[in-house]
Write a protein that binds this ligand. Sequence first.
Ligand SMILES: Nc1ncnc2c1ncn2[C@@H]1O[C@H](COP(=O)(O)OP(=O)(O)OP(=O)(O)O)[C@@H](O)[C@H]1O
Ligand SMILES: [Mg+2]
Length: 260
Amino acid sequence: MELKAENLEIGYGDKVIVNGFSMNIERGKITTIIGPNGSGKSTVLKAVTRLIKYQGGVVYLNGREISEMKPKELARTLGVLPQIHSAPSDFRVRELVSYGRMPHQKPFSKKSEEDERIIRWAMTETGTWQLRDKSIYEISGGETQRVWIATVLAQKPEMLFLDEPTTYLDISHQLETMQLVKKLNKETGIGVVMVLHDLTQALEVSDHIIVIKDGKKYSEGVPEEVITEKMMREVYNVDCDIIKIAGRDKPLIAYKQIGA
Ligand SMILES: Nc1ncnc2c1ncn2[C@@H]1O[C@H](COP(=O)(O)OP(=O)(O)OP(=O)(O)O)[C@@H](O)[C@H]1O
Ligand SMILES: [Mg+2]
């Protein structure tokens, strides 16, 4: 499983947003895209998963151009959690998650025992099983986020694309979600591409980080090489100290004091 984007040009209308963007995503790796608001992270994620068109360049999935793949085939391979998602109508939680099985079902066929097993697995992994009979309008923002992650997991994709999966989550559920992503990646070899704003979390969970600034790749590499005081200044316009702490694998980012 490998996804390769080459020299992408992506825009809306006449406006070019992302330019000359390339990336290579390998099976089994966790890749995180970081960058300021409006820099083009979601645009890239949407283009490489074919939610929007790109005007230039090419995206290959296992050597095949994604523009030539059937939607169902693509959905069996790539699971996408967009930054903004909405359900078409009032579903029960379990019903919504079961839609994740659609790419694997024949038209008009009923859910198989395997479908049921996978739905339950996805809901257990995300801690949403106890919500199964609630309406999706009756659950909190954080619960909604976990239900959507369950829906994507139920797709059993080979690669997961998560655009800010921890939005709306309190810190304990943020950490839980990151642990879940890490565990799934380790146990099933699923490739993960995420957009995150919390750079400390990005440092901890990623194998590879891509920094986008103004629609262009600013840098990429292993987390410690990419998250530097210089990058923070040049990309985010923020002064910070990146500090190593005894007993912790990864450094912490200490931002300039507010009001200082
Ligand atoms: N549907 C759209 N039509 C027109 N312009 C858009 C559309 N979606 C995004 N843009 C513009 O493209 C640029 C990049 O947007 P994008 O959503 O990719 O940013 P982002 O890096 O994901 O930001 P954030 O961190 O805020 O989610 C922004 O200037 C935005 O206004
Ligand atoms: Mg975004």
